[in-house]
Design a protein around this ligand. Structure first.
Ligand code: GMT
Length: 381
C-alpha cells in the first residue's frame, strides 16, 4: 500500500506513534509518505520506503498565525497526486483531520480515504474546547475510519462528543525486538557513579505530566536512600521542576538531559520509571519502559490501567499522591530482586498485549477494511 501519514513531528507521544507506525509499515513492504512541517524526530530517513514531504508554514505580514491547516491540506493533495497514495492516516484530530477532509474534497472524484487516530488531548483537553468542539466532531464523523489508542479514550470520545459512528480501538505498540534491556555500564556510571539506583522520567514536560510530582517523589526517596533521577525531555515545566529540585536540596541528584535521541538505550538503564500524570489516555513512555524491563509507578488515570497492572508489573497511585508513590518507590528500590521480578513481568505483559508484531497487522487490516468500504460506497453512488 502507499500510505500518507501526518502527525506532529515533535516529541509528543502521538507523533512518536505516527512515526513508529510508518517505520513498521515500511519494514513490512509498504511505501510510507510522512506529510508534516518538519521531518519526524524518530524518522529513519535511510529507509528507501520512507519519504518525507514538507508542508510549508507560510508567513505573510497579514498573518499573526500561519493557516497551516490549509497548506497541509494542499500538500496532502499534492502527495496524493504525485505518489498515487491509497490512503491517508492522520494522528491527532486537530487540525490534521480537518486538513485531510479538505484534501479528500479537493481530490474528488478521485478517491482519497482518510483515517483519523485519536490520541488523547485532541479529545480530552483541546478537542472539547468550545472553540474546536464542533469542527473536531465533524472531522471525526467525516473520517473514512477512526481509531482510538485505548478503550478509555473510546469511552471519552463517545461521552464528550456524542459520536455514534464506529471507532476501532487499536492500542499503542512497542517494537519488542528494539526495546530491550541492554545494560550500559558506562552510561550508568556517568549518571550514578556510586552505583545508586536510577529513577527515570520521560515526557514533554507539559503541566498535564505533573513533573513537579516526579521531583517530590524523588525528594522523598532521597530522604531514605541514595538515588538519582534522570529527567528526559523538555517543555514548559522544566524550569519550575529545576527550581523545585533546588528547593528540596536534591539538585545534584537530578539530571535534566533535555530532549534526547536513543531513548531505548537510555530507558534500559533505569531501575524505576515515574509517570505521575494528571491524565494519560495510554502512557506510551510507560510501555516503552516496560519493554525494557523497567517497572513503572504511574497514576491511576485514563488508559494507564489498560497498560499497567497494579502490584504485578508496576504500581498505580492517585494523581498528586506523592507520598504513596514514594513509599512504593522506596520499597522497590530497596529490594532489587523485587524490582527485577516486576521489570521482567513488565516486559512479558508489554509483549503479550502491545507488541508491534501483533498491533501493526491490526492497522493493515483496518486500512483494507476502510479501503473496501470506500470503494463500495463509491460504486453505489
Ligand atoms: O500528551 C499530550 O499532550 C498529547 C499526546 C501527544 O502527542 O503526546 O499524548 C497522547 O498520546 C500519546 C500517544 O498515543 C499517549 O500515550 C498519551 O497518553 C496521550 N496523552 C494524554 O492523553 C494526556
Amino acid at each position: 500500500m502507499r500510505i500518507g501519514i501526518t502527525g506532529y513531528p515533535t516529541y509528543g507521544g502521538s507523533g512518536v506513534v505516527a512515526t513508529e507506525l510508518g517505520q513498521e509499515l515500511a519494514a513490512r513492504g509498504h511505501e510510507v509518505h510522512f506529510i508534516t512541517y518538519a521531518p519526524p524526530i524518530r524518522m529513519n530517513a535511510s529507509d528507501p520506503r520512507i519519504h518525507f514531504h514538507q508542508a510549508e508554514v507560510v508567513s505573510y505580514p497579514l498573518f499573526d498565525h500561519s493557516p497551516y491547516t490549509l497548506s497541509l491540506a494542499v500538500k496532502m493533495l499534492e502527495v496524493f497526486e504525485k505518489e498515487a497514495l491509497d490512503i491517508l492516516h492522520v494522528h491527532y484530530a486537530i487540525p490534521h483531520s480537518v486538513s485531510a477532509m479538505l484534501a479528500r474534497q479537493m481530490a474528488a472524484p478521485r478517491r482519497l480515504p482518510f483515517i483519523t487516530t485519536l490520541h488523547g488531548t485532541d479529545i480530552t483537553l483541546v478537542g472539547n474546547n468550545p472553540n474546536f468542539l464542533p469542527i473536531t466532531r465533524y472531522s471525526i464523523e467525516q473520517s473514512d475510519g477512526v481509531t482510538s489508542i485505548s478503550r478509555y479514550l473510546l469511552r471519552q470520545t463517545i461521552k464528550e462528543f456524542g459520536i455514534k459512528r464506529p471507532i476501532e480501538v487499536i492500542p499503542n505498540f512497542v517494537n519488542c525486538d528494539l526495546y530491550v534491556r541492554k545494560p550500559d555500564p558506562k552510561l550508568r556510571a556517568e549518571w550514578a557513579p556510586d552505583g545508586e539506583p536510577i529513577l527515570m522520567h520521560l515526557s514533554n514536560f507539559r503541566p498535564v505530566k505533573r513533573i513537579l510530582d516526579a521531583i517530590e517523589i524523588f525528594a522523598k526517596v532521597r530522604e531514605k536512600m541514595p538515588a538519582k533521577l534522570v529527567m528526559i525531555g523538555d517543555g514548559p515545566d522544566r524550569e519550575p521542576a529545576e527550581a523545585l529540585a533546588r528547593t528540596r536540596g536534591v539538585e545534584k541528584d537530578v539530571l535534566f538531559l533535555g530532549k534526547q535521541n536513543g531513548i531505548k538505550e537510555k530507558l534500559g538503564q533505569a531501575d524505576l520509571f515515574l509517570l505521575p500524570s494528571q491524565l494519560e489516555s495510554f502512557g506510551l513512555a510507560a510501555l516503552e519502559a516496560m519493554a525494557c524491563e523497567v517497572p513503572v509507578i504511574a497514576t491511576n488515570v485514563g488508559g494507564v490501567p489498560e497498560v499497567i497492572e497494579h502490584g504485578v508489573d508496576g504500581y498505580l497511585v492517585e494523581p498528586g499522591d506523592v507520598k504513596t508513590a514514594a513509599k512504593y518507590a522506596i520499597d522497590l528500590l530497596s529490594r532489587p530482586d523485587r524490582g527485577r521480578e516486576m521489570g521482567h513481568l513488565a516486559r512479558i505483559n508489554a509483549k503479550k498485549k502491545f507488541c508491534a508484531n501483533d498491533v501493526i497487522p491490526m492497522y493493515e487490516n483496518y486500512y483494507e477494511q476502510v479501503l473496501a468500504s470506500a470503494y463500495s460506497a463509491k460504486a453505489a453512488r
